[in-house]
Design a protein around this ligand. Structure first.
Ligand code: NAD
Ligand code: UD1
Length: 320
């Protein structure tokens, strides 16, 4: 997919200091006025280019959001409580960030007449009864996080219908890449960390569960396309269409790192989704989305990157 060029816009990225948000900011910053609203609960200021205007605080704060969004053309809404486990432990709290703040963002966008691209999730499908899942597959989320993302996804699409606000919901599958880290980070960064430390690689359950791993550079490209498409008021799967088992992933990481870490099995995660895989034909059709980074090359580049801070996602993808 040729990356659409976005220039001379005023853009707000909520959660722009996080894993996905910061790669998006890096892709936008050279040619646009970019603002980031982030409370740095999991994001990192070091990821942000110096030219970015930072609005530090909570996306649930209407006054802060109003200031950050004043005069913007475009909002990428990434801020969220991203941990499924945290949403199970504290559903009301995560609802306030994942749903209430999403509504605030949409309302603010109406004030500014700004386009909004929201981060939805494959978690909205729950335990799907068909694979791969398309955008018309039944949504039966299995966690408060999934329910909250579904509410956000639907609000975004209904805002286009009801108020003529241009919106797009991107349903990310399992995103991985540089800067993914921390206690609630995804399985790839967890396994890499374990392998590098020569600690056991912890497969939860039998490891036969599958996921569709999509590189953050491809997710950035999908966001850029969503920012310019005419096909608004829609939701799109953002994955690769390839499914990989967790055991296979553990073995790949073991060999890519040359680690002597053994693979050990632990209790399966309660409520874990067994299989997840995207049908991306709708994004291919409307967003000209073509995932470019294979899991193999994505892992290879992560291993090569080591602890070094990466350059921007687009450049990383070019290198692969
Ligand atoms: P992340 O935790 O790295 O990024 C989230 C960012 O939002 C962080 O910078 C954090 O500090 C900020 N934030 C959190 N709560 C906030 C609040 N109340 N006010 C202001 N800022 C706040 O996570 P990520 O993986 O980059 O996720 C980005 C988005 O993509 C999220 O909406 C997440 O639900 C969604 N998503 C991620 C994945 C994945 O595999 N990583 C999959 C599906 C959907
Ligand atoms: C991930 C995202 C979630 C997103 C969803 C969309 C993260 C942290 N979560 O959830 O935000 O909405 O994809 O598809 O990125 N596992 C192990 N060992 C570990 C860690 C995990 O075996 O040390 C297993 C888990 O049990 C699970 C699989 O790996 O079966 C994936 O787990 P995880 O990376 O946490 O992602 P999801 O739960 O799929």
């Amino acid at each position: 997919m040729g990356t659409p060029s976005i220039r001379d816009r005023t853009i707000l990225v909520t959660g722009g200091a996080g894993f996905i948000g910061s790669h998006l900011v890096e892709a936008l910053a050279p040619h646009n006025e970019v603002r980031v609203l982030d409370d740095f609960s999991s994001g990192n200021r070091e990821y942000l280019p110096e030219t970015v205007d930072v609005y530090e605080g909570d996306v649930r704060d209407p006054m802060l959001l109003q200031r950050a969004a004043r005069g913007v053309d475009l909002i990428f809404h990434q801020a969220a409580v991203v941990s499924v486990t945290e949403s199970v432990d504290a559903p009301r709290q995560s609802n306030r960030t994942n749903v209430d703040a999403g509504l605030l963002v949409l309302e603010q966008a109406r004030q500014e007449d700004a386009r909004v691209v929201v981060a939805s999730s494959a978690a909205i499908y729950g335990h799907p009864d068909e694979l791969p899942v398309s955008e018309t597959t039944a949504t039966e989320p299995a966690s408060p996080y999934g329910i909250q993302k579904l509410a956000l996804d639907q609000y975004a699409r209904r805002y286009e219908e009801l108020y003529d606000l241009p919106t797009v919901a991107l349903r990310y599958f399992n995103v991985y890449g540089p800067r993914q880290q921390g206690p609630y980070s995804g399985v790839i960064s967890a396994f890499l960390e374990q392998a590098r430390a020569d600690e056991p690689i912890t497969v939860e359950g039998d490891g036969e569960q599958t996921r569709d791993f999509v590189h953050v550079a491809d997710v950035v490209r999908a966001n850029l396309a969503a920012a310019t498409t005419d096909a608004v008021g829609e939701a799109y799967n953002v994955g690769t269409g390839e499914r990989t088992s967790i055991l296979e992933l553990a073995e790949t990481i073991q060999s890519a790192t040359g680690s002597s870490s053994p693979i050990v099995h632990q209790e399966p995660r309660p409520g874990d989704v067994r299989h997840s895989g995207a049908d991306v034909s709708k994004a291919r059709r409307d967003l000209a989305f073509e995932p470019q980074v294979s899991l193999e090359s994505g892992i290879r580049s992560l291993v090569a990157e080591g602890e070094r801070l990466p350059t921007d996602a687009a450049a990383i993808a070019m290198d692969l």
